[in-house]
Structure formats: structure tokens, C-alpha cells
Design a protein around this ligand. Sequence first.
Ligand SMILES: *[C@@H]1O[C@H](CO)[C@@H](O)[C@H](O)[C@H]1NC(C)=O
Ligand SMILES: *[C@@H]1O[C@H](CO)[C@@H](O)[C@H](O)[C@H]1NC(C)=O
Ligand SMILES: *[C@@H]1O[C@H](CO)[C@@H](O)[C@H](O)[C@H]1NC(C)=O
Ligand SMILES: *[C@@H]1O[C@H](CO)[C@@H](O)[C@H](O)[C@H]1NC(C)=O
Length: 718
Amino acid sequence: MGQIAIFVLLSNLQLVLSSSLVIQSMPWRVPCPHQCVCQIKPWYSPQSLYKEAPTVDCNDLLLIQLPTSLPQETQTLRLQSNLISSVDQGELQGLVNLTELDLSHNSFTSTRNLKITNLPALLSLHMDENQLRHLPEAALFGLPNLQELYLNHNRLRSISPGAFKGLDKLLRLHLNSNRLVVIDRRWFHALPRLEVLMIGGNPVEIIQDLNFKPLNSLRSLVLAGMGLREISERALEGLENLESISFYDNNLIKVPKEALQKLSGLKFLDLNKNPIQLVQRGDFQNMLHLKELGLNNMEELISIEHSAMENLPELTKLEITNNPRLSYIHPQAFHKLLSMETLMLNSNALSALHSQTVRSLPSLQEISLHSNPIRCDCLIRWVGSDDDKPVRFIEPQSTFCSEPPELKSRQVKDVSFREMADSCLPLIAPSTFPSYIKVEYGDSVALHCRALAEPEPSIYWVIPQGVRLTPSSSYGRYQVLTEGTLEIFGVTAEEMGVYTCVAQNQVGADTRSLTLQVEGNNLGYTKSKKIEDRFEVQDVTVRHALLSWQASRNIPNAYLSWVANGSLDHYKHSIRILAGTRRFNLTRLQPDTQYTVCLHLGANDTACILLKTKEAPTPDPLPDLTPALLLAVSALLLLLVARACHGGHSLRLKDHILEFDKHHTTVLTQEAKPFMTVPMPEKLQKQQNPDKVLSDGRGNDLRSVSLGKNDLGQATKA
Ligand SMILES: *[C@@H]1O[C@H](CO)[C@@H](O)[C@H](O)[C@H]1NC(C)=O
Ligand SMILES: *[C@@H]1O[C@H](CO)[C@@H](O)[C@H](O)[C@H]1NC(C)=O
Ligand SMILES: *[C@@H]1O[C@H](CO)[C@@H](O)[C@H](O)[C@H]1NC(C)=O
Ligand SMILES: *[C@@H]1O[C@H](CO)[C@@H](O)[C@H](O)[C@H]1NC(C)=O
């Protein structure tokens, strides 16, 4: 329950209590009960008023009953960790000023053994860690001035509807870590002034509608560790003065936004440690007094979506930390957060934070980004830019670049603006979805794919049948949402297989694949036919050939290879085929030459064809490469070298330049490399995995490329 304590501090109700003005105890010269210690000690009332209280401390003495001859002036009586199971009014007779009685960690099994009926000054009663099982009607009737009641860590299974009768002045009620399965609204009719209710750590699964309605004065509510799966729209209705609420450590799978909308005065909200995957558009909206929000320790959290937080004019601190899968914050996730000063984003899986995100926060003063796998390329460029007002980094000395390799372990703040490119490849974080999942027949699945890059990438999915699905489209049991989530409704054997998400922008593409296995299915998976018959040449000219093939399945690692008739094997070229592609425009071919072209769709599925280019009518003039263009290309090459160590399936400029033609179909354009002059290193041909081929060969290749010809080719995707 440490987190609960922290949260209460956060809610600042107890701030005065905790900000310990350490005042020394003073001696109190009275006849003190045997073994006890009598001193004047600092004491704070439940309303945080400071007092110097004559205190008798009899903690840890194995007492089975109260000590006799307690000094009359006693205000605080501490009897923690003894073996007391009953107290009689007679034993406290004459303690007219007793304000706090601490009987925590004793042996009470019933409040009937707590016969304290006339202690008019008692404000605070501690009964934590006893063995109370039930609170009967009017369980503590004789304590009309009681302001604090602590019943944490008992075994309370039931509480009678009128258990708190007579406690009209109670301000704080602590019922954490008991065995309650329901929260009964009738309890609260007796507690019109209650300000703090802590009822976490009870196996309550459902909060009923209007469950807290009578608690009109409540300011802080802790519902931590209860196994709550959802909070209905009207569950929190009536809590008009609530300022802080904690849902720490529950089973909420989405932000209970409708219920939260009813809390018009809410300032502090803790949703830490819930299995929420996405913080979605409108989840936090128009909460006019929200000051601090915590979304920490969420194992499942993947993405903070577009407009997730909107119009929170008083939000000053946002904490989204320790979420091991959180790799994506949409550039426009925040909108109208005019007071936000502190943004804590450390210890996530973020590769970057978009400059737009930072610029959307006009009051931002400090930011924490350490312990993230930061890519020190274009997306973090704002850090060193002069256009922005400076933002202070929390722990800059531990905010490192993890990519690109040559900047690895440099501090992000130390990498200058000039060392970063202004555009970069998409990156789909490995944490966004696993590479293998098994689901039950008939279940529905949502696979979230997100990627950050500059320019902003577009996303599509390729399903096992080889069909390419773009956002806002649906097909059979599939639907792709605008944000890049693929939904599959009611999986059958048909949906088994390999799924690939592709994120692409003008710089290149990144792909990530997943194998879906369906359990409880004996239908078998019909393997698709081999491709030989369907790989064909559609068109051949002097220097290019348009190839096409049918792909009735998704092969994320497909590649093409081609070699001129009679050439040595190490003049063989190969290129990766982006998943979902069915046509390729092979360019930079020699005129009047025969080629063997092979399409490799898997270890045992290779189809080869022969083609012959036409004769050249006139010699090709060499295009003139201006120095400016050379410079631009070398800048891009630098970027590519920088990305060479990324373990995923990115396609760099080396392989393709992606462009979007007027019909919005993707056009793959081969890199400007002189044809047949740069042999592939021999080791490449021995490589089995075409992805590896490309990334291994890249480093050397790139540095040795001389841009003699600008014979760009193109490939068109069908
Ligand atoms: C109780 O407190 C009052 C006010 O502080 C004081 O005047 C009175 O002497 C106290 N009574 C005892 C028995 O200490
Ligand atoms: C290509 O090579 C084959 C033998 O491998 C040969 O028979 C054929 O004539 C060659 N074609 C051309 C155009 O060089
Ligand atoms: C490819 O063929 C070989 C031998 O024919 C076989 O052992 C291997 O399992 C096959 N691989 C695949 C992926 O089908
Ligand atoms: C293939 O590339 C060549 C050379 O760039 C171009 O002229 C031709 O139009 C392209 N074909 C298609 C179908 O894109």
C-alpha cells in the first residue's frame, strides 16, 4: 500500500502532516505507567492543526490489557503492537482530554469489546491490523466527535448499513485491505462530513451506480487494488467536491472517461498500474480543474493517441512513466494544455518525442525522457533547436541516445542540431506487438501498429492471404482503423498466418510481422500453391522490365534477384520486396542483354524467369550531377549509415526511395547506384535471410558508392 500513501501525499490533503517539522519531544514529568514512556510530543489534528500533546507511549509491550494509572492529562495514548483484545470505558475513566487512541496491531475480534462510550475529546481512533470481521449497527456509537477512524488491514467481510451511525463528524475513514466485496451506499448516510475515504485492497469488483452519492463533502477517494474492471458512467455521480481519486492497481482496460466527466472538481487523478493499452481520443477532455495526472506502471500501454488529452487548462504535471511497451505518443496527442509545466516520460519505450508535441505545450518548463531508447535523429532535433524556448531536462546526464550507432551513449542534449537530419525513417517499436500470438477460435484480436517518423508515416497491413489493407478499410473479418490498428473479428483457421505492418514515408519503410496461431482448430491450414506459373514479365523495354506475380499469401521476407546472362555470380543483384507488393519495375538494365530474374518468396519457393532487354536506339547520355545534388544525396547516405544497426525490417533509401504519385499509390524507386559496377560482397550471397543480406551489405556498400550515373528506376506496387 506504499503507493496509496504516496498518492495521498500527492493529493496534498496530508501535506502538512507529512512535511515533518521535526520538533523534538519534550519531557513530561508525571508518574508514568510501568514500562511506558511519557513525553510531550508534537501532534497534528485531522485538520492539520499543530498541538503539543502529552503522550503516553506503551507500544510493543506484550500487554493484554490497558496499563493502570494513566495520567489524567494524557492526550495521545499509544498501545500499538500489544495483545489487547478488549478495552473498557472504566480503564480510560477521567481521560477527559484523550484525543488520540492507537490500538493498532492488537487482538480485537469485535468492536463489542471496545466499550468506549464516553470520550468526548477523542478525535482519532486507530484499529488497524486487528481481527475485526464485521461492523455491527452503530459500532462506535459513543464517539460523537471522532474525526478519524482507521480500520485498515482487518478481516472485515461485512459492514452493517448503519455501522457508522453517530459518527456525524467523521472526516477520514480508512478501510483499506479488508475482505469487503461490496461498497454499500447506505453506510455513507451517517457520514455527511466525510472528506477522505480509503477503501482500496478489498475484493470489490463493481462500483454500483451512485455508490458514493451521500458523500457530498468527499475530497479524496482511494479505490486502489480492487480488481475493478470498469467504472460505469454513473458510478461516481454525486461526488461534487471530490478533488482526488486513485484507481491504482486495478483491471481497468480503458480510461473510465464517462464516469470521470461527472467529477467536475477533480484535481488529482491516479490511473497507475491498470492494463490500459491505448489512451484514446477524448479520454481526458474538458476536465477544467485537473492539475496532476498519473499514467505510470502500465504493462500494456502502447500508445497515447491523437487528442488523448484535450482542454485541461489547469493541468500542470503529467506523469507517464515506467510503461515498458509505450513507444508512441502521437504528435498531436495534447491539445490546449495551457498550464502544463512538467512532463514526465522517463522509463518508457519511446524512441522519440515529436517536436509538435513539445510545441503544443506553451508553459512547458521541464521534461523527463531518460531511460528511453532515444533515436537521436530528426525527431528529437527540437532539443538543440534555437527556435524553441529552452526546456529543462530532468536528469540530462542519464538521457542518452541509443541510436544511431555513432551517437550511442552520447547525451541527447549534447548532440547538436546539425548532427541530425530533418527527415527520418519510420520506426515500429518492437514493443508494439509480439512476433507470435495464440488466440482461441472465435476470439477477436486487435493488433496495434504505430510508428514515428518525419515526415509522418502512413501505415498499412498485409494479411496472410497477401492482401494489403490500408487504414479505414475493412475486408472479410478484418478492419484497419485510422491509427493503424488491425482488428480481426472472430478468428477461424482462415485467419492463421503471418501479418505484416508496414509504416512508410518518403524516406523509407519499416515492417514488422506477427504470426497468429488459432487454438482449438483442427481444420488444418491449406498451404497456398507455388508461385512459378504466376511470376511473369509484363513489359520489357531497353532499360527496364515490369514484373508481376500473384501472391496468395503474405511473405514479409520476399526478395528479387537478377543477373545478366554470362556474368559472374557476384554481379548478382538483389532487392527486398516490401510486404504487400505485387509488381516491380526493374530498372537500370543493360540494353540487349538477357537476364535471369528470380523471385524468392521463402526458403523453398523461388521462381525464375528469363528476359531480354531491347536494343538501344541511340547511346544514353550521362546525366549531369550538380555538386548540390551530390551533397543532398550524401546527407541522406549519412542517415542511412546511421540506421544500419536497427534490427527490424526497415528498408532504407539504399533499397528504395518511396514516393507518392498522384494516385496515392506507393512507388518504389531504386537507389541511384551505377549498375553492374558495385559487386555485392561475396558473403551476402551465402546469407539465407534476405533482411540480413541487406543490412550486412549496407555499411560497406554505402561508403563505396560513387554516383556516376543517375539512372533511377521505379517499381510500381499493384
Ligand atoms: C484538558 O484540557 C484543557 C484545555 O487545554 C485544560 O484546561 C485542562 O486542564 C485539561 N484537563 C486535564 C485533566 O488535563
Ligand atoms: C545466354 O546464355 C545461354 C547459356 O547459358 C546461351 O545459350 C545464350 O545464347 C545466352 N544468350 C545471350 C543473349 O547471351
Ligand atoms: C525445404 O525443403 C527441404 C528439403 O526438400 C525441407 O527439408 C525443408 O523443410 C523445406 N523448408 C520449408 C520451409 O518448407
Ligand atoms: C518503369 O521505370 C521506367 C524507367 O524509370 C519508366 O519509364 C516506366 O514508366 C516505369 N513503368 C511503370 C509501370 O512504372
